[in-house]
Design a binder for this molecule. Sequence first.
Ligand code: PLP
Length: 232
Amino acid sequence: MTAILSNLQATREAVAKATIEAHRVVTEVHLLAVSKTFPAEAVREAYQGGQLAFGENYLQEALDKKALLNDLPLEWHFIGPIQSNKTRPIAENFAWVHGVDRLKVAQRLSEQRPADLPPLNICLQVNVSGEESKSGVALNEAAQLAQEISQLPRLKLRGLMSIPAPASGETEQRVAFAKMRVLLQELNQQGLSLDTLSMGMSHDFPAAIKEGATIVRIGTAIFGTRDYGGQK
Ligand SMILES: *Cc1c(COP(=O)(O)O)cnc(C)c1O
C-alpha cells in the first residue's frame, strides 16, 4: 500500500475513533482531504482509496488539478482566502466554499453561480479566537452576516468554518470549537437551518469532533508535510 492510502486509512480510523468517543454517529463527520501543494496524482491515489471530497486553497493550482482529474467524480471545496475579483472561477468550479467572511464576496458568488449548477454550498468563516491577522467575521457580527448570506438566491448557507489560534492539548483546543458549536445553535434558534461545522485540521480534529465538527479538513496527516517551494 502507498503512503497516501495507508495514511488515509489511518486518518479515517482516527476520525471514527474520535466520533465514537464523542458519542456521535460516525456518518455525521465527513473527511475533506486537503490536497493543496500536492499533485493531481496524489489526489487520484486518494480517490482510489475511496476519497471523493478534496479541499484546495489556491485558485490556479486547484483549476489546473481539476482539469487533470475531470474523469473522476470528485467534489471540490475551496477553503482558501477569497479575493473579490476571483469569485467567478470559484462560483463556476467548486461545490463548496468555506472561507466566506464578507457580504460582497457572497453576493458575487451568488450572482456568478451558473444556472445549470446546484446552489453553491457556503460556510461562513468565523474568527473565533479574535486574532487580528486572521480572516473571518467577528463572533459578534456573525449572526447579521449569516442572515444576509442566507437570503442570496444561488447560495446555500450550510454552516460555519473556523481555524482557531493554535492551542496545545485537547482541553485547550476544545474551548474555541465549543464557541463555534454554541454559535451554530444560536443561529439555528434564530431561524436558520445550518447543518455544518467545518473545523478541525491534522493537529486538532479530535477536539473539533468532540465539539460537533461535521467536516474535518485534513491535509498533512493524509498527504504528508507540504513543501511550498517558495510559493507561499
Ligand atoms: C491547509 C489547510 C488545512 C489542512 O491543514 P493540515 O494541518 O495540513 O491538516 C485545513 N484547512 C485550511 C483552511 C487549510 O488552509
